[in-house]
Ligand binder design. Structure first.
Ligand SMILES: C[S@@+](CC[C@H](N)C(=O)[O-])C[C@H]1O[C@@H](n2cnc3c(N)ncnc32)[C@H](O)[C@@H]1O
Length: 442
């Protein structure tokens, strides 16, 4: 049935108004209608028209007015129809329909993204004990370091890999961030020394960025204005913060958590320290000052999801025992290793993890094993982050390798990893390599 002239006029008005209200989408819509993108855009536009609340007659008319997928020169055969619906010449008409029906152009990215498959990464991990060597084999050589501290790992990595990549004219892209505010008086040795920063920033062949005062769970603004890439070949985190990642909030209730923090860390309160806020903690007869967010508990699920959705490969170095077992309890399929409100400790670990605990505890320093040889890997992880569009969830890890120790021959390490060497009362830390894959929802 032909669309009556009143409905057409009302529709034209709505299209004009959508276009003038959303100038960003209007500018971006140019990309959607270029000849290479038009076939895919046409399919999306038809789906969007179909799914809309537009009147059925109008829907049919609009779909009939769209130029064919592979005959973009033929746009002019639709001139009259498109003009009727939008009041615009053909290309502008199609752009206006894209904006009106909510089609968004994919942002063009400043940083190259990895295209390597999980199969290839898994095969690489089976053969190489140094996961960072993937930088030499796959494009782009890109890495994100979360909670980068004093950037000593960053500098070691650059010293080892940048010259080898430069020989093949390949840049190393290294993005680092830390929640510590570089201007803060708190945090002591975790601050990046200015000289190291200057050296890294000055290195030719290195695309280095450091973002201080940056919470790893608030990356949207950085990503939106392309200060970060959406995905990296490798995402790493060295000495994941305690207690931030030492307790999983979906497993341990707020009351139990508060009691445990009071018992192990002491009483704490927010205070002023000069011009800044701080957390004052009374521990073993001493009063210690930390950044105010020191006791923000995010838990392993948040860290694993962040890393899995941003890296083709994830590497956790110098993981202390408490954080390690809490992470492990999320990686195994058996829900029995995630008991509610039970704090994991040397006393409870054997009972919770059984044979897996005994085999891992027996791993010598420098030893390694695949977690799947000890217990079935978890097949799907609950999403605890609100991810921006483009980051797929749910996810899982198809391979997890566990190595025991802080330092490994030929593998760059962070300053905390090096400090573990001198800590005789600490149990040796863990090095965990994870190969993520997203699970498509059918
Ligand atoms: C134990 S230190 C390890 C520093 C460094 N990776 C190393 O191994 O030497 C933990 C680091 O994580 C940072 N951090 C803690 N929570 C963070 C968050 N939510 N986002 C970004 N960095 C965070 C801390 O400021 C600190 O520098």
């Amino acid at each position: 049935m032909p669309v009556d002239s009143d409905s057409l006029a009302a529709f034209r008005k709505q299209v004009t108004s959508a276009r003038s209200l959303d100038t960003i989408s209007w500018d971006a819509s140019r990309q959607l209608v270029n000849p290479a993108d038009w076939p895919a855009t046409r399919t999306r536009l038809i789906d969007a028209i179909d799914a809309s609340s537009t009147h059925d007659d109008l829907k049919q008319g609009l779909i009939a007015a769209l130029p064919p997928a592979h005959a973009t020169d033929d746009r002019h055969s639709c001139v009259d129809l498109l003009k009727q619906f939008t009041g615009l010449p053909p290309t502008k008409a199609l752009r206006a329909l894209c904006v009106f029906f909510g089609l968004r152009a994919k942002p063009t990215t400043k940083w190259p993204l990895p295209t390597v498959s999980p199969d290839t990464v898994e095969a690489f991990i089976q053969e190489h004990l140094n996961p960072f060597d993937l930088l030499l084999e796959q494009l782009p050589a890109s890495m994100l370091d979360l909670g980068a501290g004093d950037l000593s790992f960053a500098e070691e990595l650059v010293t080892l890999y940048e010259p080898q990549l430069a020989m093949h004219n390949r840049p190393l892209m290294l993005h680092c961030l830390d929640r510590l505010n570089p201007d803060s008086q708190l945090g002591g040795p975790l601050h990046a020394p200015p000289l190291r920063l200057t050296r890294l920033r000055a290195k030719p062949g290195l695309q280095f960025r450091f973002y201080g005062d940056q919470d790893m769970f608030a990356l949207d603004p950085l990503e939106r204005d392309q200060r970060l890439a959406t995905r990296y070949l490798i995402v790493t985190c060295w000495a994941p913060a305690t207690p931030t990642f030492a307790y999983e909030p979906t497993r341990i209730s707020p009351t139990c958590l508060a009691e445990e923090l009071r018992r192990t860390k002491g009483e704490s309160r927010e205070v002023r320290h000069g011009k800044e806020h701080a957390l004052e903690v009374h521990h073993a007869g001493r009063s210690l000052l930390f950044p105010p967010w020191k006791f923000d508990i995010r838990g392993p699920l948040a860290l694993l999801e962040l890393m899995a959705t941003r890296g083709a490969l994830c590497v956790l170095g110098a993981v202390d025992s408490q954080v390690f077992w809490e992470i492990l309890s999320q990686l195994i399929e058996d829900p029995g290793v995630r008991p509610a409100d039970l704090i994991l400790s040397p006393q409870t670990l054997p009972q919770v993890f059984g044979e897996t605990y005994r085999r891992l505890a027996a791993l010598p320093i420098g030893g390694s094993c695949m977690l799947s040889d000890l217990a079935p890997l978890r097949q799907s992880f609950p999403s605890v982050l609100r991810l921006p569009a483009g980051h797929l969830a749910p996810y899982r890890f198809r391979q997890v390798r566990i190595q025991r120790g802080a330092l490994f021959e030929g593998i760059p390490a962070s300053s905390t990893a090096r400090r573990f060497q001198g800590m005789s009362e600490e149990t040796p830390p863990w090095f965990v390599t994870l190969v993520p894959e997203s699970i498509s929802i059918s």
